[in-house]
Design a protein around this ligand. Sequence first.
Ligand code: NAD
Ligand code: UDP
Length: 310
Amino acid sequence: MATLITGGAGFLGSHLCERLLERGQEVICMDNFFTGRRRNVAHLLDNPNFELIRHDVVDPFKVEVDRIYNLACPASPVHYQYNPIKTVKTSVMGAINCLGLAKRVGARILQASTSEVYGDPEVHPQPEEYRGNVNPIGLRACYDEGKRCAETLFFDYHRENQVDIRVVRIFNTYGPRMLENDGRVVSNFIVQALKGEDITIYGNGSQTRSFCYVDDLLDAMMGVMDQGETVGPVNIGNPVEFSIRELAEKVLEKTDSSSKLVEKPLPSDDPTQRKPDISLAEKVLEWSPKVQLEEGLDRTIPYFQSILES
Ligand code: NAD
Ligand code: UDP
């Protein structure tokens, strides 16, 4: 079994490479290193089943594989808004290139979609049937609409060309190997707390998110890829909801930090609430998240401690 992972040197991708190699599978990791790092997969380079390729998914490619996980795309608002046109190209042209390859070689292909397809949701929690509330011309649109178009392409290739697709919609996931300057809330708060810097709460911190630990996410994502019945979309996340202020207070307590909470302007179109309805994943995969926020933070904080010390 050979698997291509685009975006394989990133946060989620590097954990996925590890998990597939542990199963004895061949892994081809493709990345342009925009937000991914060679150091995330450096420990895998000696494994004869592992291959690392520097390549941009926007440009076509050919490899003989049985499965493709399409993870290539910056996930943090800071990084995906840095070059929004490139973000759209990565999602849309990346999906076309991956789907074209899947069609040619007969591979099963999974798209890492996102809760962002629901935009600023008016339905709470969000089930897969909800069609979302996305601002198509806002600052987040390059990511949200890029991912929505990628889903469209997946389903059109499935209907028109019988490509064997899987689509998962990932809700906020955190853990070791997020970049220390990633810009997402969990890594920002931990790094700020460890450095004794102000904790930057955007807005008044009443907006909510539901945080999933990386191991739980991978169990479900690999489960969706492995099962034969459901193409998706399938929500994956942890449905326990926290306000951003609650998260900040938890991080302060866990790091024993004296950092202060300071309010900064709320970015435009920042969703006010987000919580997955995971009943489909629970039913199809017999899965539910095992690692709650307290434990996930206990596993993530030492990673950032070691990165900051080195
Ligand atoms: P990440 O930024 O760590 O990983 C993305 C990877 O894709 C990086 O290694 C990056 O260098 C690579 N990449 C970006 N553009 C590329 C291109 N044009 N060609 C080749 N490689 C490219 O983020 P992550 O959290 O690991 O996210 C992985 C995937 O999961 C993304 O598609 C993201 O949209 C999706 N996702 C993640 C979350 C989350 O909370 N972590 C939530 C929803 C969706
Ligand atoms: N956020 C914050 N301070 C930060 C980074 C993010 O208050 O330093 C907020 C952000 O405005 C959003 C939430 O935390 O309301 C989650 O942000 P993140 O970028 O992690 O993910 P997303 O908005 O895509 O869910």
